[in-house]
Design a protein around this ligand. Structure first.
Ligand code: SF4
Length: 357
């Protein structure tokens, strides 16, 4: 059902419009398709140390955030690293792509499409006014990013053909891979003409913007070593998607990376001993959490300290009902209250939490 018209402007954070968090300004750096070169990984690490609190935070849209950005110079450093190609478009470069495409599985190779779309976005002045929440996606047919709540998604049906999804619904409109980038940009321009105060396609009343709901597949979230046709890739899962600058530099030793919408990174080229060399990221962690206290003033608890990890548990801990960063896949919902948590709506005192999860 469409939601009521938005009464305020979209305030998604960026580099030039940071969010004022309890631990200082928060800046979000967009990485279309999650793609980041080794040099850019090092530049982000330098930015975190020079301008922020020293850490980097992966987001559920495959981007990176810096927190506590109290020192100047971030935009210049990012621009020098090629991470701010168009200041006017910085908040609209929200593009997902199946991270394992071309490496393992999938029906089509969508590598390169996110970068092509990004170039088209940045060279189209009208698209600078898209809401910062508008999300594009290229799914290689495995159904992973098609389940990530994109406003418009091209989903492969085979190597060369695909279909267009609007707000997760299949329109049945066939679109060749070769036309996918132009088709997504065209949808975004159409959305701008009709959106009024809406931020997302799902908020439009017109049934022309609906598709047939697509059942959400239990997409396999990559973790650990991954066999490629030629060698190995690795999916690195940092706890809570948080990396110290030194860890980011360690990742850069293995070449480029792809930030996934599951707060992890894929290294397309990895040796068999990558996790021994990294010293982190080799576990499959089912639990995620928002930043909680002390980073967020709304939080009722230090949710990251309270979070429970155990094999097979997929839970998201939130400091309040907003549930920032919650996964789109099925999970146990854990929300802080004064002296405990609500677990899927049921009150659980803090000292019983571990036993109930
Ligand atoms: S879920 Fe609530 S407490 Fe957690 S970061 Fe979001 S607003 Fe803050």
């Amino acid at each position: 059902m469409p939601t009521p018209a938005r009464a305020r402007a979209d305030a998604c954070p960026g580099v030039f419009a940071p969010h004022d968090a309890a631990d200082g300004p928060l800046a979000r750096v967009r990485l279309p398709g999650g793609a980041v070169s080794a040099a850019q990984l090092r530049a982000l690490a330098d930015c975190a140390e020079a301008c922020g609190d020293g850490d980097l935070h992966l987001t559920s849209r495959g981007n990176v955030q810096l927190r506590g950005v109290t020192r100047p110079g971030l935009a210049v450093r990012l621009a020098d690293a090629g991470l701010l190609p168009s200041p006017s478009h910085e908040r609209v470069r929200n593009v997902l792509a199946s991270p394992l495409s071309g490496l393992h599985g999938g029906l089509a190779d969508v590598r390169g499409l996110a970068a092509e779309l990004d170039a088209l976005l940045c060279s189209t002045p009208e698209l600078a006014s898209l809401p910062g929440r508008f999300l594009f996606a290229f799914d290689d047919g495995r159904g992973d990013v098609a389940g990530e709540d994109a406003d418009v998604c091209w989903r492969a049906l085979d190597a060369d053909e695909g279909t267009l999804l609007l707000a997760g619904g299949d329109t049945g409109r066939p679109v060749a891979r070769a036309d996918a980038v132009a088709a997504l940009a065209e949808v975004a321009l159409d959305f701008l003409r009709v959106r009024g105060t809406a931020w997302r396609v799902a908020e439009l009343d017109d049934p022309a913007w609906r598709g047939t709901p697509v059942p959400r597949l239990p997409a396999e979230i990559p973790a650990g070593l991954i066999e490629r046709d030629n060698g190995l890739a690795a999916a690195v899962v940092p706890r809570f998607g948080q990396l110290a600058a030194a860890q980011m530099r360690a990742l850069a030793e293995f070449g480029p990376a792809l930030v996934t919408p599951w707060k992890s990174l894929v290294l397309p080229n990895a040796p068999a001993d990558v996790f021994e060399r990294l010293g982190f990221g080799g576990e499959t962690l089912g639990t995620t959490a928002c930043i909680g206290r002390p980073g967020c003033a709304k939080s009722r608890a230090d949710v990251r300290a309270d979070a429970v990890f155990r094999p097979g548990l997929r839970a998201h801990f939130s400091g309040c009902e907003r549930r920032c960063g919650k996964p789109s896949q099925s999970h146990v919902d854990v929300v802080a209250e004064a002296d405990g948590y609500r677990v899927d709506g049921r009150w659980v005192p803090f000292d019983e939490l571990k036993g109930k999860l």
